[in-house]
Design a binder for this molecule. Structure first.
Ligand code: PHE
Length: 346
């Protein structure tokens, strides 16, 4: 069979016209089967017929047929591309996709206000020569109380309503969630000789009624300095400097005498706390942020050092209280209520 060149032209025109008329993807599939189908596509058949051409025409016929196929395939690719962008255009109107809208902001985490405050406290004491030590949150009775001169049945135990761990050895409840970081005074003195300058940050637990300035879980920073010639004036100097760094030079600070079995003499330090009233006015209240004093000589002796040679001071600072005062927060219970509206303000 011989196909004349004019009929190649007709064939190509018919293929292109049918392609242009294909309305959608399904129409294009039908068109492809009809013209380019492997079995009996008309252009496929045309190429197959090259070998049936008389020898002198075979080469030029084959060349023309291949060019034809190339042009038709190019037209197909163009049609497919056009359909794709038409579909996208359609989508931008029907799905109302506005590519000019700003993206959704990533929510970025941040440090809890208590953690931020703790880090600033550690930095302030670090600059004053204190290094950081750590101790266990689940503590032995003998460190939490006995080592701190609070024997069993001593009324001073009532200063801290203890959360006990359900463990009894030798008929005695012996394990608890530490009520303060002070047991680390003993732990540090046991393993280190003076000069000692440490702070010990960590969580403490007290089974007590909560209110605007009390939580059953609290963070403390214990401070301990033991050396030759450490005096009460050193303690006051360090704590004044800390308060200046934390709250600025204008904030009011008050020391007053207090009792803790492990120090002699003992003090508490308070800061003025501005509380906004309903009528818009502000009233001030003293809020204690730490207990402190001179380490009791018995504790120095009991942990391996000579109290005639060495003296020391200790303090225990409430980190949530510092955070409360620094930002003027009206209720300490916000810190552990897990409310992002509160937490994201810091
Ligand atoms: N441990 C005491 C408390 O939690 C605070 C304190 C520490 C007092 C060190 C004096 C010296 O209340």
């Amino acid at each position: 069979m011989t196909i004349a060149v004019p009929s190649l032209v007709t064939l190509e025109a018919a293929a292109l016209a049918a392609l242009a008329a294909a309305p959608d993807a399904a129409g294009i599939d039908d068109w492809r089967a009809m013209w380019l189908g492997r079995q009996d596509g008309r252009i496929t058949g045309l190429l197959r017929s090259v070998k049936d051409q008389p020898a002198p025409e075979r080469a030029s016929f084959g060349g023309a047929a291949n060019l034809l196929k190339g042009r038709v395939e190019a037209a197909l690719a163009e049609k497919l591309g056009g359909m794709k962008s038409a579909a996208l255009r359609e989508l931008t109107t029907t799905a109302a996709l506005d590519v000019s809208l700003p993206g959704r902001p990533q929510t970025i985490g941040r440090l809890h206000p208590v953690t931020q405050t703790l880090r600033d406290i550690i930095a302030a004491f670090g600059e004053m020569g204190f290094r950081v030590a750590e101790g266990p949150e689940v503590e032995w009775d003998r460190y939490n109380f006995d080592a701190m001169r609070i024997p069993a049945d001593h009324p001073a135990r009532d200063m801290w309503d203890t959360i006990w761990v359900d463990s009894i050895i030798g008929g005695k409840r012996d394990m608890l969630l530490r009520t303060h970081t002070s047991p680390n005074q003993a732990r540090v003195m046991e393993r280190q000789a003076p000069p000692i300058r440490v702070i010990v940050p960590g969580k403490c637990y007290r089974q007590e009624a909560t209110d605007a300035t009390h939580e059953w879980q609290l963070t403390q920073v214990e401070g301990l300095a033991v050396d030759e010639g450490v005096r009460m004036s050193d303690l006051k100097g360090i704590l004044y400097e800390f308060a200046r760094r934390m709250f600025g030079p204008d904030r009011k600070i008050m020391f007053h005498h207090s009792y803790f079995p492990f120090v002699e003499p003992g003090v508490e330090m308070a800061i003025d706390w501005p509380v906004k009233q309903a009528d818009g006015s502000t009233t001030y209240k003293w809020v204690e942020i730490l207990g402190a004093g001179m380490v009791h000589p018995e504790i120095i002796a009991n942990h391996g050092h000579d109290p005639k040679k060495y003296t020391g001071f200790a303090f225990g600072l409430g980190v949530e209280r510092v955070a409360l005062l620094r930002w003027g927060i009206e209720d300490i219970r916000h810190f552990y209520a897990n409310d992002l509206r509160f937490l994201s303000q810091f």
